[in-house]
Design a protein around this ligand. Structure first.
Ligand SMILES: Nc1nc2c(c(=O)[nH]1)N[C@H]1C(S)=C(S)[C@@H](COP(=O)(O)OP(=O)(O)OC[C@H]3O[C@@H](n4cnc5c(=O)[nH]c(N)nc54)[C@H](O)[C@@H]3O)O[C@H]1N2
Ligand SMILES: Nc1nc2c(c(=O)[nH]1)N[C@H]1C(S)=C(S)[C@@H](COP(=O)(O)OP(=O)(O)OC[C@H]3O[C@@H](n4cnc5c(=O)[nH]c(N)nc54)[C@H](O)[C@@H]3O)O[C@H]1N2
Ligand code: SF4
Ligand SMILES: [Mo]
Length: 736
């Protein structure tokens, strides 16, 4: 990363004050960190570079790891990689702290006493697999293979998913649907027939106007998006931000709209009212591709800016002005769909309103709007067929949530609690901390208590690992191969994650764990390859690609392909009408609003404030607080409280308080940030802090956990997502 581009990149993050001082911090840790490549080090100065891709979040930026005298030294972006473009975000740069973390899980553990007591016996891998296979086979005998469910987040789970499917269960899920982007993808799918997916198909760098409605790029540090946002900002793009909190992105905005939380659909409807009634929409596009526009036009007549004013707290004139600005730049206006969309329980409809606004502007399929992602054709490994299940998936009985197109985590939790539609008796949890990720911790713990077996594969002793029967320690990403990343993005490419250093203790990579477990279960024939390299070679050669080349460069790119309608991408909309659905017949038929309606959120009880949460640039969820490099930059979160409200409670910045929610749950102590940068009716904190796993020595009890306070959630009737912005807190000033 050269210094100019780095400065520009960090500038947008606001909270990051300097480059990541990786080398200094590392001296403190003694660990076995010899490179697996050290023996073949042919460099003169003792420095060796190995390409791989990052795993500090799920964006998968291409990276180059540096070894100095055989020891892991630093990591940078791979300039060849379209996601990182040669630059990692601050979290990725600090990623080597994951390898050096002294609190890592070291060997397989089996529970000694009661669940959750965090008392363990260290066992060998073989012993651990024996315990797991025995219990899994017993579950299969008693309840059928479907009673074994898997929670998995990220590419590392692919091989274990394969083992679970081979075992006979398709009850496999991730929080990235029902706790994250599910409602957004459902809202867009209902409108355009396709998901926004990940990495998002947003053409931020070419946008002339960017609207962020509850997305905080810059704190939400998805690398490519932040780089593109900085570039667009540099080129003078108009930025409009609607957020109850003055975010980093808001500080770049021409228009900042301090919207009342939960009223976004009212704003979106009013924006569309102005754009339609002032004839500012993209007529040709809507006529050519739209379905049901006349009904839509009639329906939204009622939603004037004057109607929206008391709901949103935003002046009618501001709503008009911003609507006009958006349409002035159309179709190069991007109304960003956000990513963490599970807010209030009517989120798929809110996301549909965002989709419809983009449709009016003609941005879907346009440069500066939403591009059509392309990928390379790398065939899957020719595995034997999985056993067929008669039972179907457990999470969504009778299609209660008719538009859920992925498995619902909380549906599996519900089945585990109730035994309906059929019992779930085992959980395999890979790289997801369900205690922090799912709303209502008590429900999760209760479900776990109903299990005959819970296995957790993690790298650190997370909260969920603390509740496990068997904990399996994984090698961190810098120590392992993972499945190929055949990405869908602006240009086709395939990327390789490969080991840079050896694991310090008994940790093993997921592919090895998946294969060995399958063998213990008598399913070895599902892993016909001996080493993952054989798997890669098979897949790559069937695509005419070379493993040696991929290993050397970390990436193989395919030829550029058209990604916009006007470059020749066919304008196809896989909806029932084959068009963009301004009016949705399938919603009407299922008994839902065919055109989104606004639902007023419940107001806070008196003396309580809505609890909002989001990201910090230097942390990923709850997975990085133990990473010494990243925690050096931020080792606790703060609660943002409006200055005037803070004064009423006699609070000032730096004071410690506890938060109490509407159900009487009290948080860890947390530092106050008294600021004008947030509305009076809500408070805000960064998610992922307040760890209470005792084995997480460094992160233990630092900051407070939003998850602990999220006892209430509203379920989206369309797709089962859990709206979590429906909790309220007050301040315990004495207790802290
Ligand atoms: N209260 C609240 N809940 C939320 C959110 C929120 O903001 N607030 N955000 C929601 C969103 S948007 C999402 S996407 C989800 C994310 O929720 P999760 O998927 O749970 O994400 P993480 O917190 O990153 O948890 C990852 C777990 O994987 C472990 N891990 C890290 N690296 C590795 C590895 O290499 N191998 C293995 N085996 N394990 C590893 C970590 O130690 C951690 O225990 O949470 C959702 N839930
Ligand atoms: N550094 C970092 N970056 C990340 C992650 C990470 O853990 N760390 N996680 C990644 C993942 S998986 C996800 S899903 C994304 C999440 O990133 P985003 O999609 O940007 O979502 P949130 O983090 O939920 O964003 C919360 C923002 O919405 C505002 N907000 C809260 N309630 C309302 C409301 O009612 N209306 C409006 N208009 N605004 C509201 C908050 O003040 C805050 O600024 O971040 C990704 N990027
Ligand atoms: S966005 Fe940051 S943490 Fe995520 S993969 Fe890229 S560099 Fe790593
Ligand atoms: Mo997410």
């Amino acid at each position: 990363m050269n210094s100019i581009s780095r400065r520009k990149f960090l500038k947008i993050t606001g909270a990051v004050t300097g480059t990541v001082a990786a080398t200094g911090v590392l001296g403190k840790f003694v660990n076995k960190s010899e490179s697996v490549f050290a023996k073949t080090d042919d460099s003169k100065d003792g420095i060796k570079k190995i390409p791989t891709f990052c795993d500090i979040c799920f964006w998968k930026c291409g990276a180059i790891a540096y070894l100095k005298d055989g020891k892991l030294w630093k990591i940078e972006g791979n300039p060849e990689d379209p996601l990182s473009k040669g630059r990692l975000c601050p979290r990725g740069t600090g990623g080597i702290g994951a390898h050096y973390d002294p609190d890592r899980l070291r060997s397989p553990l089996v529970r000694k006493n009661n669940r959750g007591q965090e008392e363990w016996v260290e066992v060998t891998w073989d012993e651990a697999f024996d315990v797991i296979a025995k219990k899994m086979n017993k579950i299969k005998e008693q309840y059928g293979p479907e009673a074994m469910a898997m929670f998995s987040h990220g590419i590392g789970g692919n091989f274990l998913k394969h083992t679970i499917k081979a075992f006979g269960s398709s009850n496999i899920t991730a929080p990235s649907f029902a706790q994250c982007r599910g409602p957004r993808d459902v809202g867009f799918r209902l409108t355009f027939g396709e998901d926004v997916s990940s990495p998002e198909r947003t053409d931020i760098e070419n946008a002339k106007c960017i609207v962020l409605i509850g997305s905080h790029l810059g704190e939400n540090m998805h690398n490519t998006q932040v780089q593109e946002f900085a570039a667009a900002n540099g080129k003078g793009a108009v930025i409009i931000v609607a957020d109850p909190r003055y975010s980093v992105a808001a500080s770049k905005a021409k228009y900042y709209l301090p919207i009342k939380p939960g009223t976004d659909t009212a704003l979106l409807l009013a924006w569309m009212n102005v754009i339609v009634n002032e004839n500012l929409y993209n007529k040709e596009y809507v006529e050519k591709y739209g379905f049901g526009f006349e009904q839509f036009k009639a329906e939204i007549q009622q939603y004037t800016p004057e109607w929206a004013y008391p709901e949103t707290g935003l002046e009618p004139e501001t709503i008009r002005q911003t609507a006009r600005e958006m349409s002035f730049h159309k179709p190069e206006t991007l109304v960003h769909p956000g990513r963490h969309a599970t807010w209030y329980g009517d989120d798929a409809q809110r996301s549909r309103a965002i989709a419809l606004l983009n449709a009016l502007l003609g941005s879907w399929g346009s440069k500066g709007g939403f591009f059509t992602p392309v990928s390379m054709d790398v065939p899957a490994y020719p595995y034997p067929e999985y056993p067929k299940s008669e039972k179907g998936k457990v999470d969504n009985p009778d299609h209660k949530y008719p538009f859920a197109h992925e498995t619902i985590t909380t549906g599996i939790r519900e089945a585990t609690l109730t035994g309906k539609p059929y019992p779930i008796k085992g959980w395999l949890v890979y790289a997801t901390n369900l205690i922090h990720a799912l709303p209502n911790e008590a429900e999760t713990i209760q479900a776990i208590q109903n299990l005959d077996l819970m296995v957790v594969v993690d790298v650190i002793p997370s909260e969920i690992a603390g509740w496990a029967d068997v904990v399996l320690p994984e090698s961190v990403y810098l120590e392992r191969y993972d499945d190929l990343n055949v990405e869908w993005f602006k240009q086709p490419f395939v990327a390789l994650r490969q080991p840079v250093v050896e694991s310090p203790n008994e940790q093993k990579p997921n592919w090895w764990i998946a294969k060995k477990l399958a063998e213990k279960l008598g399913l070895g024939h599902y892993f016909p390859w001996n080493h993952i390299e054989d798997y890669f070679k098979q897949r790559l050669s069937s695509a005419g690609l070379s493993f040696d080349e991929l290993q050397k460069n970390g990436i193989i790119k395919g030829a550029k392909k058209p990604i916009y309608f006007d470059e020749g991408v066919p304008a196809e909309f896989p909806t029932p009408s084959g068009k963009i659905e301004f009016y949705s017949l399938q919603l009407a038929q299922a008994g839902f609003d065919p055109i989104p309606k606004y639902k007023r959120p419940d107001p806070p009880p008196s003396g309580y404030y809505r609890l909002l949460f989001g990201r910090a640039p230097v942390h990923s969820f709850g997975r990085t607080q133990s990473n010494r490099i990243l925690s050096d930059m931020m080792d606790e979160n703060e609660v943002w409280i409006n200055e005037n409200i803070a004064k009423q409670y006699g609070l000032k910045s730096g004071d410690y308080i506890k938060l109490k929610n509407q159900d009487g749950i009290i948080s860890n102590k947390v530092k106050v940030k008294a600021t004008q940068r947030i509305r009076k009716d809500c408070v805000y904190m960064v998610h992922g802090f307040g760890h209470n796993s005792k084995m997480l020595k460094h992160a233990y009890m630092k900051g407070a956990s939003d998850s602990q306070l999220i006892t209430k959630y509203n379920t989206d009737p369309l797709m089962g997502g859990t709206g979590m912005n429906v909790n309220f807190v007050t301040f315990e000033t004495e207790a802290a």
